[in-house]
Write a protein that binds this ligand. Structure first.
Ligand code: SF4
Length: 69
């Protein structure tokens, strides 16, 4: 899956970090960063992060048929 966070919407609430800590984390300045191409094993956690983000800044796309999306 491919994960995108809109920096114009994100307000650093951090709900995504709690929902999917293997994909989202805080950098040294407490700004959220994420793995843009996480394993599908984390898909459920990422979907939870999408639903928990209060400003709907996170979008996900499935990978293409050969893993390129
Ligand atoms: S939950 Fe949404 S607003 Fe909060 S840090 Fe994550 S992407 Fe940004």
């Amino acid at each position: 899956m491919r994960v995108t966070v809109d920096p114009n919407l994100c307000q650093s609430h951090g709900q995504c970090v709690f929902a999917a800590p293997d994909v989202f984390s805080f950098d040294e300045d407490d700004y959220p960063v994420h793995d843009a191409n996480p394993s599908d094993a984390y898909a459920e956690h990422v979907r939870t992060a999408v639903s928990m983000c209060p400003v709907r800044a996170i979008t996900i796309e499935a990978r293409g048929p050969r893993g390129a999306a």
